[in-house]
Write a protein that binds this ligand. Sequence first.
Ligand code: NDP
Ligand code: A1CAB
Length: 266
Amino acid sequence: MNVTLGFIGCGNMAKAMIGGILKNGILMKEQIIASAVSDSTVAKVSEQFGIKTTKDNLQVVENSDIIFLAVKPQYYETVIHEIREKITDNQIIVSIAPGKTVDWLGDLFGKEVKIVRTMPNTPALVLEGMTGVCKNNNVTAEELEEVCRILNGFGKAAVVKEDLMDVVVSVSGSSPAYVFLFIEAMADAAVADGMPRNLAYEFAASAVLGSAKMVIETKKHPGELKDMVCSPGGTTIEAIRVLEEKGFRSSVIEAMKACTKKAREL
Ligand SMILES: NC(=O)C1=CN([C@@H]2O[C@H](COP(=O)(O)OP(=O)(O)OC[C@H]3O[C@@H](n4cnc5c(N)ncnc54)[C@H](OP(=O)(O)O)[C@@H]3O)[C@@H](O)[C@H]2O)C=CC1
Ligand SMILES: O=C(O)[C@@H]1CCC=N1
C-alpha cells in the first residue's frame, strides 16, 4: 500500500498493530512512524520494529496520511488539542479508544476532519485481530476501504453501526483478557492434576484455538459443537454440569455487560 501511517502513543495496542502490519508486509517499516512520552518506549519500539519513533506528536502528524490515536482515552483531549491545527483535509484520524464517539472527536478537532472510529484487539500481533469500524461523514467509502485494508492486514475488520461500538469493546477489544484468564484457569487445573505447566498451557491454548476455528469454519451453532463433545454418561457433561452450577455462562454475560457499561461511560 502506498500510504504513510502514524501512531500517537505506542503501547500494547499500537505495538500489536504495528507488529501485525509488518509481519503481514502490507506496509514497510519506512512507512510507519510512532510517538511516545518516555525515552525508553521511543528507543524500545524503534529497536523492536525498525520504524521511526519520536517524542514529538506533531512529527507524526507531519509524516502520516493516516494517524492512529493510540493513547489512553483520558489523554485524547490533550493530544487532539496539541495536533488539531496541523491536521489537513486529506488526513484520516483513526481512533482506537472505547467510548469516544465520532461526534465527540469531531467537536474536539473543531473543524471538518476525517474520522474513523475503531475497536481493535491485541491478537492483531499474530494476524488474528478483529476490529469493529465506523466513520464520520467526511470519510468517503474509498477512504474507509483503505483503512479497512490496513485493519484486514492484521486480521479482520467489520463495519458496524456506531451504537454497537461499545458492544465491540466487550466482545472483541477486551475479550482476549477473559480468554487468557480461561486458558490460565484450565492450565491451573491441569497442573493441579499433575501436568507440567508449559504442557498445560499448550493443551489449554490449543483447545481454545481449535474450538474457535470450529465455530468459524463449520458455522455450526456453538451449542451443537458442545453437544458433539458431550458423550452420554461421559466426562464432558460432568464438567458442563459443574460450570453451569457455578454460573459460568451468567458470569461471562454479567462481566461483559459491565465492560460495555464502562465503555459507554468513558
Ligand atoms: N490494550 C488493548 O488490548 C486495547 C487497547 N485499546 C485502546 O488503545 C489505546 C491505548 O491503549 P494501550 O496500548 O493498552 O495503552 P498503553 O498504556 O500500553 O500505551 C499508551 C501509550 O501512549 C503513550 N502516551 C501517553 N501519553 C501520550 C501523549 N501525550 N502523546 C503521545 N503518546 C502518549 C505512552 O507512552 P509511554 O510508553 O512513553 O508511557 C504509551 O506508549 C487506549 O485508548 C485503549 O483503550 C483498544 C483496544 C484494545
Ligand atoms: O481495557 C481497556 O480499557 C482497553 C479497551 C479495550 C481493551 N483494552
